[in-house]
Design a protein around this ligand. Structure first.
Ligand code: IFM
Length: 512
């Protein structure tokens, strides 16, 4: 994610006149999307639930990272207090008109030791959430892990760095399928498999904060940025495949749900027409996307990744290859922005490498047009259609769920989040463009329903449709203009640029 404070990702481009950012679908309504296309919004366990030490929950690697004093400001001990306020929030979701809600399950709330005894209070909480959603006609979409594996597992065998996690993750998944699968029909195994690994094992920015010099963004006490991202990525693929295999064998026939994995995607665009930059943008896709998606679709890592990573990337055995290939019903994509790419083949000559040196590109994100308000993402909606087109052409058009898309703003600024409104209008229009071009996209989830504890920025940035007042002892929620806009769209209003730009003047009034 670009909000990681990474020098490489923060080069600002002040002008680039070749960009075409507009989308065709400027005026549309919910009825323009297929009836079985789903619109929702999401949060994740650590970012939303709070109650970190309550009712038997034990720390996850995310708790450890936030309490380490390294990089993080703030923690998710209380977050939005969703553990206690879920009913109120689901009521808000229903009023907004959400058709689906994407949330994640805290493994260490459900199985406090990572494996073994199940916490009845954890079961009760997720059963309550699921039942409350269904009571309001909102489909639950559950993610099994969103950056927060139990700390006990990290302590015992270094979590994703060990193959031991495959059986523990599968047992956790088994419990979730068994207990909740009669009502949860959409399962995602791992959130942002690629960026979680890069952030956690190469840069060391996010849990479990492992890295090594010169690649990490701080002086991590443990890690190996050259090697560990490839190992963790490999084990995630194996654990994912194992959980999917279990689901398909034991549950899918009776529960009739579907299962996939999630990755983070930029739209990669060459910065110039120079052949090297065009090749570099393709290479960026092969690394950033292909590293995780190629094994799922084709059964192996991309040749270029294997060539550049050499022996640092594990090889699939024939048995593993068979398990991983085809182990998904859909691919979940998180997308926020476009990345402009130039060739940096010189990085291949370094004595030591990490994933980015192997990728051999310079990635640039930021205020490309010189018109992005501070702290916000550039408005480049056609990038989303671009990614969907790539999946259509390169991967044979698999079912896609857009699991996260939304605009970042500074927190505590305004409820009048016109930038977010404009962003959602553009990006949802871009999804419609993609559908009209034959994309097999099945759903769109805005990130995030509320202002949650953010991945790196803590409580300093916000993506929510609803503001959470952290100074109020009850953490009162306030609707932003974007919740009003999304609600209008979900309830069937025809959305045009005119409507979007003038929504501030509509009859909506904030009641504070
Ligand atoms: O908040 C995060 C989420 O946890 C993962 N995807 C990106 C979001 C915004 O940074």
């Amino acid at each position: 994610m670009a909000n990681l404070r990474l020098p490489m990702l923060f080069l600002l481009l002040l002008s680039f006149e070749k960009l075409v950012l507009s989308v065709d679908a400027e005026k549309y309504s919910r009825r323009d999307f297929p009836p079985d296309f789903v619109f929702g919004s999401g949060t994740s366990a650590y970012q939303y639930e709070g109650a970190a030490f309550e009712d038997g929950r034990t720390p996850s690697i995310w708790d450890t990272a936030t309490h380490s004093g390294n990089i993080y400001r703030g923690n998710g001990d209380i977050a939005c207090d969703g553990y206690h306020k879920y009913k109120e929030d689901i009521q808000l979701m229903a009023e907004t008109g959400l058709e689906a809600y994407r949330f994640s399950i805290s493994w260490s709330r459900l199985i406090p030791n990572g494996r073994g005894p199940v916490n009845p209070k954890g079961l009760e909480y997720y059963n309550n959430v699921i039942n409350e959603l269904l009571k309001h006609g909102i489909q639950p979409y559950a993610t099994l892990t969103h950056d927060d594996i139990p700390q006990s597992i990290e302590d015992e065998y270094e979590g994703w760095l060990s193959r031991k996690i495959v059986s523990d993750f599968t047992a956790f998944a088994d419990l979730c399928f068994r207990e909740f699968g009669d009502r949860v029909l959409f399962w995602t195994t791992v959130n942002e498999a690629n960026i979680f690994v890069l952030g956690g094992y190469d840069w060391g920015a996010i849990p479990p904060q492992r890295c090594s010099r010169p690649f990490g963004i701080w002086n991590c006490s443990r890690g190996d940025s050259s090697l560990e991202p490839y190992i963790a990525g490999h084990n995630i693929l194996l654990a994912h495949a194992s959980a999917v295999r279990l689901y398909k064998k034991k549950y899918q026939g009776v529960q009739h749900g579907s299962i996939g994995i999630n990755i983070y995607t930029f739209h990669f665009v060459p910065f110039t027409n120079a052949t090297e930059d065009v090749i570099a943008a393709e290479r960026a896709k092969r690394f950033f996307i292909g590293w995780i998606v190629d094994p799922l679709v084709f059964g192996d890592y991309p040749e270029i990744v294997k060539k550049h990573a050499g022996t640092r990337i594990p090889a699939f055995t024939e048995h593993e290859r068979e398990q991983v290939k085809g182990s998904f019903d859909f691919i979940g994509l998180n997308h926020y922005m476009t990345s402009y790419v130039t060739d940096k083949s010189s990085s291949l000559e370094r004595n030591s490498s990490d994933f980015f040196a192997d990728m051999a590109v310079q990635m640039m994100v930021g205020d490309v047009h010189g018109d992005t308000p501070p702290g916000e993402y550039p408005f480049e909606p056609s990038g989303l259609a671009g990614i969907l087109e790539y999946f259509k052409q390169f991967y044979g058009n698999p079912p896609i769920h857009i699991h996260e898309n939304g605009q970042r703003t500074q927190r505590n600024t305004t409820l009048n989040d016109t930038g977010r409104v404009k962003y959602l209008h553009g990006y949802i229009g871009s999804v419609l463009d993609a559908l009209r071009n034959g994309s097999n996209t099945k759903g769109y989830f805005q990130w995030s329903f509320l202002d949650v504890f953010e991945l790196v920025d803590g409580y300093e940035s916000a993506y929510g449709l609803y503001y959470v007042d952290l100074d109020d002892k009850d953490l009162k929620r306030y609707p932003k203009l974007s919740s009003h806009w999304y609600s209008n769209f979900l309830k069937g209003k025809t959305i045009s640029l005119d409507f979007t730009l003038n929504i501030e003047k509509s009859t909506y009034h904030f009641s504070q």
